[in-house]
Design a protein around this ligand. Structure first.
Ligand code: TYD
Ligand code: MG
Length: 429
């Protein structure tokens, strides 16, 4: 029996089809006569089960990079043989981040994204020691590995910028196809483990959902980092969603300047200058790992002209907003079903901490009632389905920080138990 597979993404089908239902590519199916064939069948393996305690381990030591913020996210640096996937939208600053952060390592830098001159110009602008970097534009992974082996002193890191531009000679589809991304990454991961050198793979992801490529690698790598922020804003947040060798709580904050990324330590960095407009604006205090951060949340609530009201959300989770609106509908008796709600977090960043709940509710309430929130106010609190304000992780710490930063009105689970009381806080003068 014949069997067809898509040469782009390995989707299998019993009949020959024109357009792959999985990756939407045309004419990618090839005949694989392997179905029901006896040849490929494997013998039963003899497997030896070993007590975990008998398995030898190597005491490996993490090495710090040149960037405090980067190390904070990695939980103290990089291990030999560690494979990191760094994702982010084009132009967010991934190449800049890696060039700057790996200044203390000797590095092989492979870039299919930019020309050699461009890379050198940038490295010079960033005042990086050029002698620590070996460079190539060539994207064949077998060739890259061979070239690495030829070097007399072994570099500690290979940076692949990006995984979408490299390819393996064993796969027929072009660089960037899912098969190529998977196979090239597999070869590089195997090499990293064998030689005990760190490998960093850059993966572009775009807003309109083209994340299929790099996403498929998440299970295979040791650590997944995401660099977020908007090109128009200077601020960038580095987050980790997976780390086999450390925690995933910490975030790193950077500011894109003329001469590269600068590390940021100011908890008020995302707060805009005080301006006069304060209807619909609230300041929330949250913690991310060990650090306290304040964000500005803006809400705009207007009568809806559509049958189904719109909820347009940037910077907080969409479903989280729906839940908070439902809680407001029930416990504050607001007719939000006939209003559009727009939410935006200033700075192009995402808030993941539930401590922002109370602030989201406050800005929606403020906009709905057309009542400004007093200056120097901050909200710190997780909101439950019953309308109760709960003490969230890190609350005490962020309250101390808010006091230190001279916020005059600090609302948290300590002084507001239920969202009903919002009426007393945000009220006409
Ligand atoms: P880049 O690192 O090339 O982004 P990515 O690799 O994620 O595509 O950075 C791109 C943007 O950063 C580019 O628009 C210019 C800006 N930039 C600065 O503002 N200052 C700098 O020093 C550098 C190197 C880049
Ligand atoms: Mg780049």
């Amino acid at each position: 029996m014949s069997y067809y597979i898509c040469s782009n993404c390995d989707y299998g089908s019993a009949s020959l089809i024109g357009k792959c239902p999985s990756c939407n590519q045309w004419n990618t199916f090839v005949n694989k006569e392997r179905f029901n064939s006896e040849d490929g069948k494997e013998e039963t393996k003899k497997i030896l089960l070993t007590p975990l305690s008998k398995i030898k381990t190597q005491q490996k030591k993490k090495k710090k990079t040149g960037s405090f913020e980067f190390d904070r996210v990695l939980d103290d640096g990089i291990l030999p043989g560690e494979v990191i996937l760094l994702t982010g939208e084009p132009g967010v600053g991934k190449s800049t981040l890696l060039l700057q952060s790996f200044q203390t390592f000797s590095t092989v830098y492979i870039s299919g994204e930019e020309s050699a001159e461009q890379v050198r110009d940038r490295a010079e602008r960033l005042h990086i020691d050029l002698n620590r970097f070996y460079f190539s534009n060539e994207g064949q992974v077998e060739g890259i590995i061979e070239a690495f082996k030829q070097l007399k002193t072994k570099p500690e890191v290979i940076i692949i910028d990006s995984i979408q531009t490299v390819y393996s000679k064993t796969i027929e589809t072009p660089a960037g196809s899912i098969n190529q991304i998977k196979e090239s990454a597999n070869i590089l991961i195997k090499f990293a483990k064998q030689e005990q050198i760190a490998v960093v793979l850059i993966g572009h992801i775009t807003k309109d959902g083209d994340i299929a490529g790099p996403k498929t690698l998440e299970h295979a790598v040791d650590c997944v980092l995401n660099f977020e922020g908007e090109k128009i804003s200077q601020y960038r947040i580095l987050r980790t969603t997976k780390n086999r060798f450390g925690g995933i709580d910490e975030i790193g904050i950077f500011q894109m300047k003329q001469n590269g990324l600068e590390e940021v330590n100011n908890p008020l960095i995302f707060i805009q200058e005080e301006n006069e407009i304060s209807i619909g604006k609230s300041i929330v205090g949250t913690t991310e790992g060990n650090r306290s951060l304040f964000f500005e949340i803006q809400a705009l609530v207007v009568p809806s002209s559509l049958g189904i009201p719109r909820r347009i959300v940037k910077g907080v989770d969409y479903n989280k907003l729906l839940i908070l609106l439902a809680v407001m509908k029930k416990h504050l008796s607001l007719p939000l079903d006939s209003y559009d709600v727009h939410i935006n977090v200033i700075g192009g960043v995402k808030i993941t901490s539930p401590l922002a709940d109370l602030g989201i509710i406050s800005s929606v309430y403020s906009s709905f009632k057309n009542i400004p929130i007093a200056k120097k106010t901050t909200f710190i609190g997780e909101v439950g389905l019953l309308g109760e304000i709960r003490k969230g992780y890190g609350e005490e710490k962020i309250i101390r920080e808010a006091k230190r930063l001279s916020f005059r009105h600090i609302y948290s689970s300590i002084n507001i138990k239920n969202i009903n009381l919002i009426k007393n806080i945000i009220r006409p003068l």
